[in-house]
Design a protein around this ligand. Structure first.
Ligand code: NAD
Ligand code: UFG
Length: 339
């Protein structure tokens, strides 16, 4: 069986490619390398002993996307290609709508032309907005506060409409919570450009000496230690969830959303301590003001994914910290060749 991964050279896509190849699937990675490195492909081969097909192209280039389906017999698509920075989306909304929503339409048109009707989509916990009770279930009301989140919600709605229009169409909407960690080989991992926005890459950059100290965004939230609480999950667990989602898409029509997290909240200070434990490196930090748009606390109810996909996160917070550190330590400059 052959799976097309758009955005397959990225952080999450590369880990999914490894799990799919190891499970016996064939993979085609389609990526513009806008936020990834070509060397990922060779590293995936070193881990799995199998070379994924790689096509360099833009998801909004209709001819390039169509030609992938003409040249490969694709059974299911995992759509990860897109832009993902919340602050950048507020500054450049049109770029986000063009890439994320326009890209989804281009992909769906090419799928329709090729008769491919199964898709797994990278959605986000950000679709839940700010008003829900925790833990978030798939029934928690949606409502986004930024253009990035709205692109995810719009793509979910487009996929629901496609499923409503075609009784054989299958869309699995995976709402990721906070993926961190890296493959235990240390060959692939997260490699953000410039100063990281997100907590774990910031911590690992401090640990490696590239940044001086962590600023904790807010110490006065109504949480157990005053710092923000999130549901962090290991990227390898997340990748395995996609293998289950592909199986589900092969056997079920319709559009369905699933939360993928651990179901456990971890505060910023708990994360700092867990990282120090796993790495043996002290992380200097200061408590700064809250970051605009942040929510105090949320985590997932993942029981639906357990029941329907047969998936549950297995790896611990210590595994996440150990593997993030292993990746950063072995690759202090990330992939090095990122454009
Ligand atoms: P990433 O940036 O590492 O991967 C995205 C990939 O898409 C990159 O390799 C990039 O080069 C590629 N890409 C970007 N624009 C493209 C275009 N126009 N055409 C073709 N390829 C293009 O990000 P990631 O963390 O691996 O995220 C993958 C997906 O998961 C994204 O859709 C993201 O929105 C979603 N997601 C990520 C998180 C997270 O915390 N990392 C959380 C929720 C959802
Ligand atoms: N934090 C700090 N200092 C930092 C970075 C983060 O204290 O330098 C705190 C944040 O305030 C928050 C927690 O660490 O309490 C996690 O922040 P991240 O930026 O790592 O993650 P977010 O939960 O804010 O957002 C991430 C992605 C979004 C996605 C969301 C889905 O960045 O794109 O997860 O749950 F939508």
């Amino acid at each position: 069986m052959s799976i097309l991964l758009t955005g397959g050279a990225g952080y999450i896509g590369s880990h999914i490619a490894v799990e799919l190849l190891e499970a016996g699937f064939d993979t085609v990675l389609f990526d513009s390398l806008a936020n990834s490195s070509r060397s990922v492909v060779e590293r995936i081969e070193r881990i799995t002993g199998r070379a994924p097909e790689f096509v360099c192209g833009d998801i909004n280039d209709a001819a390039a996307v169509r030609s992938v389906f003409e040249r490969h017999d694709i059974d299911c698509v995992i759509h990860l290609a897109g832009l993902k920075s919340v602050p950048e989306s507020a500054a450049k909304p049109m770029e986000y709508y063009r890439c994320n929503v326009g890209g989804m339409l281009t992909l769906l048109e090419a799928m329709a032309a090729a008769g491919v009707r199964r898709i797994v989509f990278s959605s986000s916990a950000t679709v839940y907005g700010t008003s829900g009770e925790i833990p978030y279930t798939e029934e928690t009301p949606t409502g986004c506060t930024n253009p990035y989140g709205r692109t995810k919600l719009m793509c979910e709605e487009i996929l629901r409409d496609c499923a409503a229009a075609d009784g054989e169409f299958s869309a699995v909407l995976l709402r990721y919570f906070n993926p961190i960690g890296a493959h235990p080989s240390g060959l692939i991992g997260e490699d953000p450009r410039g100063v990281p926005n997100n907590l774990m890459p910031y911590i690992t950059r401090v640990a490696v000496g590239a940044l001086e100290k962590l600023t904790v965004f807010g110490g006065d939230y109504p949480t157990r230690d005053g710092t923000g609480v999130r549901d962090y999950l290991h990227v390898v667990d997340l990748a395995r969830g996609h293998v289950r989602a592909v199986d589900y898409a092969m056997g079920h029509a319709g559009a369905r959303a699933f939360n993928l997290g651990t179901g456990k909240g971890v505060s910023v200070l708990e994360m700092v301590r867990a990282f120090e434990r796993a790495s043996g490196v002290k992380i200097p930090y200061v408590i700064g003001p809250r970051r605009a748009g942040d929510i105090a606390e949320y985590y997932a109810d993942c029981s639906l994914a357990g029941r329907e996909l047969g998936w549950k996160a297995e790896l611990t917070l210590d595994d996440m910290c150990r593997d993030s550190w292993n990746w950063q330590k072995r690759n202090p400059d990330g992939y090095g060749d990122k454009a």
